[in-house]
Design a binder for this molecule. Structure first.
Ligand code: SAH
Length: 359
């Protein structure tokens, strides 16, 4: 590849040489191509970036996750050594807030081996700055972890993994692909029919033209981590936007500068993501032998962990910030904001009762 070849040119060339590519292949190149992928470049997060996430909205989010993690560690019997792994830690804000709270539990920091899984070199540097005092270790394989108990945290990570799209045509399904017509990128369907039995039970009765998204990269991550946790004990907490039932519906979206963009235009310059199928993730973990807590909305999860009390305490301590705190609380929990679109999933080894999921 020469310096002048853009990611768009590279993709078009691949299509010319090898034929149309799946949405997942396209999405994977757009997001993590080593030279020009969206997540290979600069910091995409925050007010000046393309989107803003819960831990960037308020410290309360990471603090409550810290509380959740300490509680799990206590339920595990306070092991003297365990791995706390964060997937896609972004700017390290969530973990910084979480560990500030967790540090108050005696013995927690001494026992905790912090491990981070991150594709973006710019973000790795930010994580090093923020979390360096906890001596984190970055791994290149998601399940390259020690044999200790394992607690995994992932906020807005699974939505960034590539999805395949299948479209119902007659009795069959056809995979959607990115191709070229007259040099322009267009969506089309693979001519190869896939039988209805190749799709999950829940979408067998889908109507003509409906789209099913399969996030095989996400279920692969889940399976690999679940296999470790079944033998090592622990849990995975995943928070993201998505649905708690496997269903049809096209959710692939491109965001640039806080606005929706065309996913096929300027590859690598916009964030591409898709809603997470929490039911599919839960099924994979269950098949490996883990228990699955009922999926909670972000509103319920944070509410049960005490976000209202935390907001009041913060406001009392910082009277000048009352409006900022109230607005953050609203954004994180209101049904018109992140409250119900965002959900929390916890899969865990037997005998644990993760807080925030019932009651
Ligand atoms: N959890 C953070 C960041 C969310 S953005 C927050 O809530 O603010 C998604 C994060 O996942 C970024 O850190 C991104 O660089 C990382 N990421 C995306 N795809 C990845 C992949 N395939 N492998 C490793 N990290 C990835």
């Amino acid at each position: 590849m020469t310096d002048t070849l853009s990611l768009g040119d590279l993709i078009d060339r691949q299509i010319v040489h090898h034929g149309p590519m799946s949405i997942a292949a396209y999405m994977g190149l757009c997001l993590t191509h080593p030279a020009s992928g969206y997540y290979s470049g600069t910091d995409p997060l925050g007010v000046r970036g393309d989107f803003i996430t819960a831990p960037e909205i308020s410290q309360m989010f990471g603090e409550l996750v810290g509380f959740f993690v300490v509680n799990l560690w206590q339920q595990l019997g306070q092991p003297r050594s365990f791995t706390l792994l964060e997937l896609g830690p972004g700017r390290g804000t969530l973990m910084q807030d979480a560990l500030r709270v967790a540090a108050r539990a005696e013995g927690f920091l001494d026992a905790c081996h912090l491990q981070l899984f991150e594709a973006n070199p710019t973000l790795r540097e930010l994580q090093r700055e923020r979390l360096g005092q906890y001596s984190p270790y970055w791994s290149d394989e998601v399940d390259a972890v020690a044999d200790d108990p394992l607690i995994v945290v992932a906020n807005e990570f699974f939505d960034a993994l590539p999805v395949r799209q299948f479209v119902r045509v007659g009795a069959n399904w056809h995979e959607r692909q990115v191709g070229l017509i007259d040099g322009r990128r267009v969506l089309g369907l693979s001519p190869t029919p896939l039988p209805a039995t190749a799709m999950p039970e829940a979408v067998r009765d889908a109507g003509e033209g409906e789209v099913f998204e399969a996030n095989l990269a996400a279920t692969d991550v889940m399976q690999r981590l679940a296999r470790r946790i079944v033998t090592q004990t622990g849990a995975i907490l995943a928070i993201d936007y998505g649905h708690d039932r496997t269903q049809t519906g096209e959710t692939l979206q491109a965001i640039r500068n806080h606005a929706f963009a065309d996913p096929l235009a300027e590859p690598g310059s916009a964030d591409l993501s898709a809603h997470v199928d929490f039911a599919a993730l839960g099924r994979v973990a269950q098949a490996e032998g883990l228990a699955v807590a009922p999926v909670a909305t972000q509103r319920d999860f944070l509410g049960r962990l005490g976000i209202i009390e935390r907001a009041s305490a913060l406001a009392r301590a910082n009277p000048g910030q009352i409006e900022v705190i109230a607005s953050a609380l609203h954004r994180l929990t209101d049904p018109d904001e992140m409250g119900t679109l965002f959900k929390a999933l916890c899969v865990h080894s037997d005998g644990l009762e993760p807080i925030g999921f019932t009651g």
